[in-house]
Design a protein around this ligand. Structure first.
Ligand code: GLY
Length: 423
């Protein structure tokens, strides 16, 4: 099978690493990829939002399947363009990806299909939005409708701060993404990420993970794209997973089909385990990053036939997925200044050393300089991952590898998986 994988982060390095192991694979091209990906696949210098360039590449290589990693490619309409050409694609159309690209769409959809979630209101006018704060109690949750580089959610402790956030968002802080906003009731509990493969008609649970969104140990400091993850997540018991599958995943796939936007790809439910049970925080239309990395390490089955089955609407015919009975854990090593202003260009040595069979290092934001040396090229730079039947040992292995990599400028959280270890 000839596969085109779209994306350049740690998520796509992990997908390429897993797809590369498939006996069905004959050629793997990753666009644009990164130096880690380049060690195991061909790379093509085409941007993830260059729909014309990516469709031309898919045709040129006669791709049997295109796998889309990031939401930017979904929002740009890559899946739609590939469908028009008859190229099989793992990833939702722009209409189906509204589950991620529009918070207002998702909240209204959840209400229509009885998906458990927090009470909300949607607004495009500041005075009406401020008046509606009467219906909510602090802390106020204010979300820009569209994608705002992960910065579109404000948890405001006071009414004044909530009103300021409303003014900022509707005043153009996030451009078109903030032309509408959602105010939501604050949910308490523990958050987890639940994944499902979907083929437009049916869904198959694809594991759960827990992310670490704050930059600092003990969940302190500003939000990030995720400083680490581990899977499985003990908070997601079989009973809670079954509830999420029935009331969120299955209800959503059925609802999207009924509304004329069948959902194909991976559906990522951000779930809050509240005292009243699991509730939907948000959907994403892609694998989580770094959650994907730990899922790929745990997955024992060949991934490729499942991705193709999703693209071809045959998921119901596939055998059950098999998983290693281990915890996989990922430590994100970031550039100084992340998330506000990451400093790029510092030199990294030893990231590609052999750390043993239980440790895998994925590249997230790296580049090579003219002499071939590895440099930091983004905020989240390396994903140092390990797996072991014992979560404490997986963590020990991952941090031993972090400490062996020679990159004095990089930093990481030192408490990944603390919830699993203190349960
Ligand atoms: N790790 C969170 C996300 O991928 O959105």
């Amino acid at each position: 099978m000839k596969v085109l994988l779209v994306g350049s982060g740690g998520r796509e390095h992990a997908l390429a690493w897993k797809i590369r192991q498939s006996p069905l694979l004959t050629r793997l091209v990753v666009a644009p990829g990164n130096p880690g990906v380049a060690a195991l696949a061909e790379t093509a210098d085409v941007k993830v939002t260059d729909v014309a360039g990516l469709t031309a590449l898919a045709r040129e290589m006669a791709a049997d399947l295109v796998v889309i990693g990031p939401e930017a490619a979904l929002e740009a309409g890559l899946a739609d363009a590939l469908a028009a050409l008859g190229v099989a694609c793992f990833g939702p159309t722009r209409a189906a990806a509204r589950l991620e690209t529009s918070k207002g769409f998702t909240k209204a959809f959840a209400r229509r299909h009885d998906v458990p979630t927090a009470d909300y209101g949607e607004f495009s006018d500041a005075a009406t939005a401020k008046g509606a704060l009467d219906r909510f109690t602090p802390p106020y949750v204010i979300k820009a409708d569209g994608i705002a580089a992960g910065k579109g959610v404000v948890i405001a402790e006071t009414r004044a701060a909530a009103e300021q956030a409303i003014d900022d968002m509707l005043g153009g802080q996030f451009g078109a993404a903030g032309a509408r906003l959602v105010i939501e009731a604050f949910m308490t509990g523990e958050e987890a990420s639940v994944f499902a493969l979907c083929d437009g008609k049916t869904a198959r649970l694809f594991g759960a993970a827990q992310d670490h969104k704050r930059v600092g140990d003990g969940d302190t400091g500003p939000n990030t794209g995720g400083m680490g993850a581990y899977s499985p997540a003990p908070v997601m018991t079989d009973e809670r997973l079954a509830f999420v599958e029935r009331r969120m995943i299955d209800a959503t796939v059925a609802g999207m089909g009924a509304e004329g936007a069948p959902y194909c790809g991976v559906l990522y439910a951000g779930v809050m385990v509240t005292p009243e049970g699991p509730k939907l925080v948000e959907y994403n239309a892609r694998f989580g990053d770094p959650e994907c990395q730990v899922l790929m390490l745990r997955l024992a089955s060949d991934l490729l036939p499942y991705l193709l089955a999703c693209a071809e609407g045959r998921l119901a015919d596939m055998p059950p997925l098999e998983w290693r009975d281990e915890t996989a854990l990922c430590v994100v090593v970031a550039a100084p200044g992340y998330p506000e202003a990451p400093a790029t260009g510092s030199r990294i040595r030893g990231a590609d050393a052999d750390f043993g069979p239980a440790v895998t290092v994925f590249h997230a934001g790296t580049r090579r300089d003219a002499t071939g040396d590895l440099q930091a090229a983004g905020g989240r730079v390396l994903n140092v991952c390990a797996r072991d039947p014992d979560v404490a040992e997986a963590r020990r292995l991952a941090y031993a590898a972090v400490d062996a990599i020679d990159w004095p400028e990089g930093f990481c959280r030192r408490d990944i998986a603390w919830r699993a270890l203190t349960r």
